[in-house]
Design a protein around this ligand. Structure first.
Ligand SMILES: C[S@@+](CC[C@H](N)C(=O)[O-])C[C@H]1O[C@@H](n2cnc3c(N)ncnc32)[C@H](O)[C@@H]1O
Length: 237
Protein backbone atom coordinates (compact mmCIF):
# COMPACT_ATOMS: atom_id res chain seq x y z
CA UNK A 1 0.00 0.00 0.00
CA UNK A 2 1.34 3.43 -0.92
CA UNK A 3 -0.64 5.87 1.12
CA UNK A 4 -0.13 9.60 0.98
CA UNK A 5 -2.18 11.70 3.27
CA UNK A 6 -3.05 15.35 2.77
CA UNK A 7 -0.18 16.07 0.42
CA UNK A 8 -0.87 18.87 -2.03
CA UNK A 9 0.79 19.10 -5.43
CA UNK A 10 3.21 21.79 -6.44
CA UNK A 11 0.57 23.25 -8.76
CA UNK A 12 -1.51 23.89 -5.68
CA UNK A 13 -4.12 25.82 -7.61
CA UNK A 14 -6.92 23.32 -7.97
CA UNK A 15 -10.20 25.11 -7.78
CA UNK A 16 -13.08 22.96 -6.80
CA UNK A 17 -16.56 23.28 -5.57
CA UNK A 18 -18.87 20.66 -4.25
CA UNK A 19 -21.43 19.33 -6.67
CA UNK A 20 -24.60 17.77 -5.36
CA UNK A 21 -25.20 14.18 -6.36
CA UNK A 22 -28.84 14.63 -5.63
CA UNK A 23 -30.36 18.08 -5.45
CA UNK A 24 -29.10 20.08 -2.51
CA UNK A 25 -26.83 17.48 -0.84
CA UNK A 26 -23.35 19.02 -0.98
CA UNK A 27 -20.48 16.63 -0.32
CA UNK A 28 -18.73 17.16 3.00
CA UNK A 29 -15.51 15.52 1.83
CA UNK A 30 -14.91 17.65 -1.25
CA UNK A 31 -12.83 20.80 -0.98
CA UNK A 32 -14.79 23.96 -1.77
CA UNK A 33 -12.37 26.63 -2.91
CA UNK A 34 -13.96 28.66 -5.70
CA UNK A 35 -17.57 29.58 -6.43
CA UNK A 36 -19.31 27.97 -9.37
CA UNK A 37 -19.11 31.15 -11.45
CA UNK A 38 -15.32 31.11 -11.35
CA UNK A 39 -15.20 27.53 -12.44
CA UNK A 40 -17.60 28.33 -15.27
CA UNK A 41 -15.32 31.02 -16.66
CA UNK A 42 -12.38 28.62 -16.55
CA UNK A 43 -14.37 25.98 -18.37
CA UNK A 44 -15.42 28.35 -21.15
CA UNK A 45 -17.73 27.01 -23.80
CA UNK A 46 -18.87 23.45 -23.41
CA UNK A 47 -17.54 21.19 -26.07
CA UNK A 48 -19.94 18.72 -27.60
CA UNK A 49 -18.51 15.31 -28.28
CA UNK A 50 -17.26 13.29 -25.34
CA UNK A 51 -16.04 10.14 -27.09
CA UNK A 52 -14.69 8.72 -30.30
CA UNK A 53 -15.61 5.03 -30.45
CA UNK A 54 -16.61 4.68 -26.81
CA UNK A 55 -16.92 0.92 -27.21
CA UNK A 56 -13.16 0.67 -27.83
CA UNK A 57 -12.42 2.67 -24.69
CA UNK A 58 -14.66 0.32 -22.72
CA UNK A 59 -13.08 -2.80 -24.24
CA UNK A 60 -9.56 -1.61 -23.35
CA UNK A 61 -10.67 -0.96 -19.80
CA UNK A 62 -12.45 -4.28 -19.38
CA UNK A 63 -9.30 -6.14 -20.43
CA UNK A 64 -7.19 -4.55 -17.70
CA UNK A 65 -9.76 -3.99 -14.96
CA UNK A 66 -9.79 -7.70 -14.20
CA UNK A 67 -6.38 -7.06 -12.59
CA UNK A 68 -7.60 -4.25 -10.33
CA UNK A 69 -7.73 -4.72 -6.58
CA UNK A 70 -10.55 -3.57 -4.33
CA UNK A 71 -10.39 0.20 -3.85
CA UNK A 72 -11.65 3.53 -5.02
CA UNK A 73 -11.50 4.92 -8.55
CA UNK A 74 -10.30 8.39 -9.52
CA UNK A 75 -12.10 9.74 -12.61
CA UNK A 76 -10.75 13.14 -13.65
CA UNK A 77 -12.22 14.47 -16.92
CA UNK A 78 -15.39 12.66 -15.83
CA UNK A 79 -17.56 14.56 -18.34
CA UNK A 80 -21.12 13.28 -18.27
CA UNK A 81 -19.87 10.15 -16.54
CA UNK A 82 -20.35 7.70 -19.42
CA UNK A 83 -17.34 5.52 -18.60
CA UNK A 84 -17.93 5.73 -14.84
CA UNK A 85 -21.55 4.65 -15.25
CA UNK A 86 -20.53 1.76 -17.46
CA UNK A 87 -17.59 0.48 -15.39
CA UNK A 88 -17.12 1.96 -11.95
CA UNK A 89 -20.41 2.06 -10.05
CA UNK A 90 -19.36 -0.80 -7.77
CA UNK A 91 -16.39 1.26 -6.54
CA UNK A 92 -16.23 4.45 -4.51
CA UNK A 93 -15.91 7.13 -7.21
CA UNK A 94 -14.00 10.40 -6.93
CA UNK A 95 -14.62 12.34 -10.13
CA UNK A 96 -13.89 15.85 -11.37
CA UNK A 97 -14.28 17.98 -14.46
CA UNK A 98 -13.78 21.63 -15.39
CA UNK A 99 -17.38 21.86 -16.52
CA UNK A 100 -19.82 22.08 -13.58
CA UNK A 101 -22.78 21.14 -15.76
CA UNK A 102 -21.10 17.92 -16.78
CA UNK A 103 -20.21 17.30 -13.13
CA UNK A 104 -23.85 17.65 -12.17
CA UNK A 105 -24.90 15.30 -14.96
CA UNK A 106 -22.29 12.73 -13.94
CA UNK A 107 -23.21 12.96 -10.27
CA UNK A 108 -26.90 12.47 -11.06
CA UNK A 109 -26.07 9.21 -12.86
CA UNK A 110 -23.77 7.77 -10.19
CA UNK A 111 -24.32 6.12 -6.81
CA UNK A 112 -25.01 8.45 -3.89
CA UNK A 113 -21.59 7.91 -2.35
CA UNK A 114 -19.80 9.23 -5.45
CA UNK A 115 -17.97 12.52 -5.03
CA UNK A 116 -17.86 14.74 -8.10
CA UNK A 117 -16.29 18.19 -8.02
CA UNK A 118 -15.83 20.96 -10.55
CA UNK A 119 -12.08 21.46 -10.68
CA UNK A 120 -9.03 21.64 -12.87
CA UNK A 121 -7.75 18.06 -12.82
CA UNK A 122 -4.26 19.02 -13.85
CA UNK A 123 -3.80 19.42 -10.11
CA UNK A 124 -5.00 16.79 -7.62
CA UNK A 125 -8.42 18.18 -6.72
CA UNK A 126 -9.32 16.32 -3.55
CA UNK A 127 -6.54 16.85 -1.06
CA UNK A 128 -8.23 16.62 2.35
CA UNK A 129 -11.34 15.19 0.75
CA UNK A 130 -9.69 11.90 -0.17
CA UNK A 131 -7.58 11.48 2.95
CA UNK A 132 -7.54 7.83 3.95
CA UNK A 133 -8.83 6.64 0.57
CA UNK A 134 -6.77 4.10 -1.39
CA UNK A 135 -7.26 4.18 -5.13
CA UNK A 136 -7.07 0.98 -7.17
CA UNK A 137 -8.07 2.52 -10.51
CA UNK A 138 -7.52 5.91 -12.16
CA UNK A 139 -8.98 6.90 -15.51
CA UNK A 140 -7.48 9.88 -17.35
CA UNK A 141 -9.87 10.22 -20.30
CA UNK A 142 -8.60 13.67 -21.27
CA UNK A 143 -9.32 15.44 -24.53
CA UNK A 144 -5.65 15.92 -25.15
CA UNK A 145 -3.14 15.78 -22.33
CA UNK A 146 -3.55 13.40 -19.38
CA UNK A 147 0.00 13.80 -18.03
CA UNK A 148 -0.29 16.67 -15.53
CA UNK A 149 -3.37 14.98 -14.09
CA UNK A 150 -1.67 11.60 -13.83
CA UNK A 151 1.42 13.08 -12.23
CA UNK A 152 -0.51 15.16 -9.70
CA UNK A 153 -2.63 12.12 -8.84
CA UNK A 154 0.46 10.00 -8.32
CA UNK A 155 1.99 12.63 -6.06
CA UNK A 156 -1.21 13.42 -4.19
CA UNK A 157 -3.24 10.24 -3.73
CA UNK A 158 -2.89 7.01 -1.83
CA UNK A 159 -3.05 3.88 -3.98
CA UNK A 160 -3.32 0.14 -3.50
CA UNK A 161 -0.37 -2.18 -4.24
CA UNK A 162 -1.57 -2.64 -7.79
CA UNK A 163 -2.99 0.34 -9.64
CA UNK A 164 -4.78 0.11 -12.99
CA UNK A 165 -4.70 3.33 -15.03
CA UNK A 166 -6.20 4.44 -18.34
CA UNK A 167 -5.21 7.34 -20.56
CA UNK A 168 -6.58 9.20 -23.57
CA UNK A 169 -3.67 11.12 -25.03
CA UNK A 170 -3.32 13.37 -28.07
CA UNK A 171 -0.32 15.28 -26.76
CA UNK A 172 2.05 13.75 -29.30
CA UNK A 173 0.16 15.58 -32.06
CA UNK A 174 2.25 18.63 -31.38
CA UNK A 175 5.24 16.88 -32.94
CA UNK A 176 3.33 16.49 -36.23
CA UNK A 177 1.97 20.02 -36.15
CA UNK A 178 4.99 22.07 -35.17
CA UNK A 179 7.89 19.64 -35.02
CA UNK A 180 8.47 20.68 -31.43
CA UNK A 181 8.42 17.97 -28.79
CA UNK A 182 10.26 17.22 -25.57
CA UNK A 183 11.98 20.59 -25.65
CA UNK A 184 13.49 20.37 -29.13
CA UNK A 185 12.68 20.66 -32.82
CA UNK A 186 12.52 17.45 -34.89
CA UNK A 187 13.01 16.78 -38.60
CA UNK A 188 10.09 15.34 -40.58
CA UNK A 189 11.36 11.73 -40.55
CA UNK A 190 11.86 11.86 -36.79
CA UNK A 191 8.40 13.33 -36.26
CA UNK A 192 6.80 10.35 -37.98
CA UNK A 193 8.84 7.91 -35.93
CA UNK A 194 7.95 9.65 -32.67
CA UNK A 195 4.27 9.65 -33.56
CA UNK A 196 4.16 6.04 -34.78
CA UNK A 197 6.02 4.59 -31.82
CA UNK A 198 4.67 7.00 -29.22
CA UNK A 199 2.92 4.44 -27.03
CA UNK A 200 5.81 2.08 -26.41
CA UNK A 201 8.73 4.46 -26.76
CA UNK A 202 7.37 7.51 -24.97
CA UNK A 203 4.11 6.95 -23.08
CA UNK A 204 5.00 3.70 -21.33
CA UNK A 205 8.50 4.92 -20.30
CA UNK A 206 6.95 8.15 -19.05
CA UNK A 207 4.58 6.22 -16.79
CA UNK A 208 7.47 4.04 -15.62
CA UNK A 209 9.61 7.06 -14.82
CA UNK A 210 6.79 8.74 -12.90
CA UNK A 211 6.01 5.74 -10.73
CA UNK A 212 9.54 4.37 -10.23
CA UNK A 213 10.46 2.32 -8.18
CA UNK A 214 7.00 0.90 -8.86
CA UNK A 215 6.85 -1.05 -12.13
CA UNK A 216 4.60 -1.09 -15.17
CA UNK A 217 3.72 -4.78 -15.37
CA UNK A 218 1.12 -4.61 -18.16
CA UNK A 219 0.57 -2.09 -20.93
CA UNK A 220 -1.99 -2.13 -23.73
CA UNK A 221 -2.79 0.51 -26.32
CA UNK A 222 -4.51 1.35 -29.55
CA UNK A 223 -4.38 4.38 -31.80
CA UNK A 224 -7.10 6.12 -33.69
CA UNK A 225 -6.19 9.01 -35.93
CA UNK A 226 -4.21 11.46 -33.81
CA UNK A 227 -5.16 9.95 -30.46
CA UNK A 228 -3.57 7.24 -28.39
CA UNK A 229 -5.55 5.20 -25.91
CA UNK A 230 -3.66 3.10 -23.41
CA UNK A 231 -3.91 1.34 -20.10
CA UNK A 232 -1.27 0.23 -17.63
CA UNK A 233 -1.03 -1.97 -14.58
CA UNK A 234 1.41 -0.51 -12.07
CA UNK A 235 2.69 -2.57 -9.15
CA UNK A 236 4.55 -1.91 -5.94
CA UNK A 237 8.17 -3.13 -5.85
C1 LIG B 1 -13.26 13.07 -23.37
S1 LIG B 1 -14.25 14.05 -22.31
C2 LIG B 1 -14.48 12.95 -20.96
C3 LIG B 1 -15.60 11.96 -21.13
C4 LIG B 1 -15.83 11.19 -19.85
N1 LIG B 1 -14.64 10.47 -19.45
C5 LIG B 1 -17.01 10.26 -19.91
O1 LIG B 1 -16.84 9.06 -19.67
O2 LIG B 1 -18.14 10.71 -20.18
C6 LIG B 1 -13.08 15.17 -21.63
C7 LIG B 1 -13.58 16.02 -20.47
O3 LIG B 1 -12.46 16.68 -19.91
C8 LIG B 1 -12.90 17.92 -19.37
N2 LIG B 1 -11.68 18.71 -19.16
C9 LIG B 1 -10.85 19.24 -20.09
N3 LIG B 1 -9.79 19.82 -19.48
C10 LIG B 1 -9.93 19.61 -18.15
C11 LIG B 1 -9.15 19.95 -16.99
N4 LIG B 1 -8.00 20.62 -17.09
N5 LIG B 1 -9.62 19.57 -15.78
C12 LIG B 1 -10.80 18.92 -15.66
N6 LIG B 1 -11.57 18.57 -16.70
C13 LIG B 1 -11.15 18.92 -17.94
C14 LIG B 1 -13.90 18.43 -20.36
O4 LIG B 1 -14.80 19.33 -19.74
C15 LIG B 1 -14.58 17.12 -20.80
O5 LIG B 1 -15.76 16.89 -20.07
Amino acid sequence: MRTIRNRSTSAGSARSTTQPNTAGSARPDAVPIAPLATIRSVAGERTGKQHVEEHRKIALRKRLLIHAQAGAVYVPFIGDGDIAVELYTKRRIFGADLDPERCATAASRLPLNATVVAADCNAWPFKRGAAGVDFAVADFDAYNNPWPSFESFWNGAGVTDRLVCFFTDGSVNQVSRSGNYMGRHWEKADRRRIFNFYALQHAKPRIAKTVSPWRVTMFQFYRRRGMYYFGAVIEAP
